[in-house]
Write a protein of this length. Structure first.
Length: 348
């Protein structure tokens, strides 16, 4: 396992992290602990969760992912060997109705962030969160997973980034949070956070957690250069494109019990342009005598702007298979072939 700096902080994280979004719903405690044990044994030190997990988001399960992660860390006595990353949900979170999280006034102001941090600390059973991330910007981001921009005017109630960053700074100052990051952000948003930090002497964001995979390379359009030049590396989520790049969806239909069968909107991932590109990458992996999952993970890991790649599994057997794919020797020939496919089937 390779270990990389988290931004300009003194925290090192594994180049592969474990996302625990399913823990507490799809993934029950026994299986969750088995996955965490396997990941830790494999050298993974970064564990990513959020206050609104598990998903699908529901009021009666909210917070269980953090609780299970905290319970495992305490039971294994590994707090000083792991990096805990979690997130605060704002009104922009695209995860359905979440009024059970601080009601209809949920936003990214000081009061909400303070309440969210304290609740996460309690559920995680820790004194400090290593990486605290804004799950979604408060303002609408209309370019996420889209190649075009739509203008949506800010509402009068919008909490500006200045206020959000100030609230995060208060948590760092109080010792509740070590480093801060953003998720699902745009180039403008990342640069605005960085400019405000420099201008006002506030904490600097250490990471960007956005979607990135063979099927979704939109990060490269503007954010990759920022990540490299500003030392704000990508924590890549969905490197398998929600399972499409494992090859298990060759029949182009949801599998019973999988996230594709549980989440509304997943049917859009089975449209012809997506499936065409997916099939090209699966055939390419066969040509190089590697699994499709290994090719997908290897591609993400070798990018200079990537700090860590988040893998996730709904059960221990899936994770065991993913962990076998971490040692791929990614070559220039593979990258050249991938780019040829991408040029013909960009970001489907």
């Amino acid at each position: 396992m390779e270990y990389r700096p988290l931004g300009r902080s003194n925290i090192q994280v594994s180049s592969v992290g474990l996302g625990v979004m399913t823990f507490g719903a799809q993934t029950k405690e026994k299986d969750a602990f088995a996955q965490l044990d396997m990941a830790f044994e494999a050298g993974i030190t970064l564990y990513d969760t959020a206050e609104n997990y598990p998903a699908p988001v529901q009021a009666d399960t909210q917070g269980r992912s953090e609780e299970l992660l905290g319970k495992w860390i305490k039971s294994r006595n590994v707090r000083d060997q792991v990096v805990i990353a979690t997130k605060v949900a704002g009104p922009g979170n695209g995860a359905g109705d979440m009024r059970h999280l601080r009601g209809s006034d949920r936003c990214l102001n000081s009061a909400n962030i303070d309440a969210a941090v304290k609740a996460s600390l309690r559920r995680l059973n820790t004194d400090v969160i290593d990486l605290y991330q804004v799950h979604w910007p408060e303002r609408p981001i209309t370019t996420l997973r889209r190649s075009r921009y739509s203008h949506i005017p800010d509402t009068p109630a919008l909490v500006p980034i200045e206020e959000t960053l100030g609230a995060l700074a208060d948590q760092v100052q109080a010792g509740n949070v070590r480093e801060i990051g953003v998720c699902n952000e745009s180039p403008w948003g990342v640069m605005h956070y960085l400019a405000l930090a420099e201008q006002r002497g506030l904490p600097r964001i250490a990471s960007i957690q956005n979607s990135y995979s063979l099927l979704d390379r939109l990060f490269e359009g503007g954010l990759a250069e920022i990540a490299l030049r500003e030392d704000v590396g990508l924590i890549a989520y969905s490197p398998m494109a929600s399972g499409l790049l494992t090859g298990k969806y060759a029949n182009a239909s949801p599998i019973a019990g999988s996230r594709s069968s549980l989440f509304d909107g997943f049917e859009s991932r089975f449209k012809k342009p997506v499936l065409d590109a997916m099939q090209h990458y699966i055939e390419l992996a066969k040509g190089f005598d590697v699994s499709p999952s290994a090719l997908a993970l290897g591609f993400c890991q070798q990018q200079a702007f990537v700090t860590s790649v988040l893998i996730a599994a709904s059960n221990a057997a899936q994770l065991q298979e993913n962990l076998k794919n971490l040692d791929i020797s990614f070559t220039k020939e593979m990258l050249k072939a991938i780019n040829q496919i991408h040029d013909q089937h960009p970001n489907p």
